[in-house]
Every structure is written in C-alpha cells, then in structure tokens.
Design a protein. Sequence first.
Length: 178
Amino acid sequence: MQPPGRAEVDAAEADGRGDRAMSSRDRQRQTLDKAIQEDNMAFHPYLFFDGNCREAFTRYQEIFGGELFMMKMSDAPADEVPSAAQADLIIHAALNVDGDLLMASDDPTGVGRIEGIQVSYSSTDVAEVRRVFGALAEGGEITQPLAETFFSPAFGMCVDRFGTPWMLSADAPSTTDA
C-alpha cells in the first residue's frame, strides 16, 4: 500500500470518506509548510522501517524534540482496506525540528533496510552532539567513536537500534581572520 496521493485524498473527500484524511492531510501540509519556505529547495531524508517506524520516530522525538506527525495505514483513504496485520503500520511519519524535516514509513514488503546513506546531524554545541550521539548509539552499534577530528571538535557515526545509520558532527569554530 502506497501513501495516499493528492488524487486519492481529493476523491475520498468528494465521496465523504475524507473526514480523517482531511485532518491528517492538513496536519501533514502544516508540518511540511513549516519545513519548506516558499521558493526554496530542500532535501529531506525518507526512511523505511520494518514495522517499527512508530517506535523509532517516538524515540527520535524524545531525542531531538520537535513536532511529530504519524499516520497509520488504517487512517489513509484507500480503495482497499489494509489487512489487520498492516492496519497499525505507519504509512507516513514526519518529524519537524526547527524547520528540518525527517520523514519515514513502515515498509509493508518487510525489506525496511537502510543502506547506502547516513542521516547527518550537526550542532554548534559539542555537548549537544555528545548527548545526541549517546542517545542514538544506545542499544545500537558505534561504527566510529565520537572524537575530535581535523574538521570537527566532535565527529562520530553509529547505527541506532532501529537500523538507521547516523553521522554526527559538531561544527568547527570559525577561523576567519579579522
């Protein structure tokens, strides 16, 4: 089952099935509008999970804060009703943290593996990078311990307990000459 497109949501609204879709759609648009300002281009990672998207994004909100939106497959307007096994899977999640957006869903095919990419997080606050790194690495795997490098006072990589690979970095202080 794919996330509902605009045509599906509009059709659901036209035939009276869209009460839940309308409020979900409005919340999603509101979240996206906060993250993307008019006439700007933006890239936003979209992750797939093997049935644990809700747990992962609830944890990410605990770590990063922000506004979390989640829609279950059973909430989406569709020609087919999802099976009982898929009804509580997340069809779309969006975490908006100060205008930065991380999105995801459960992959009903069961593949849900994230390969060939890392979600990058950076901050000017070294202590905050340490806190976030520790929280993400908890129950996961540290692939590069957090350490000072020639380009950052704190850089490290880990794969969290949900299988998401992360790269964390504290921004180096500016060295411009006066």
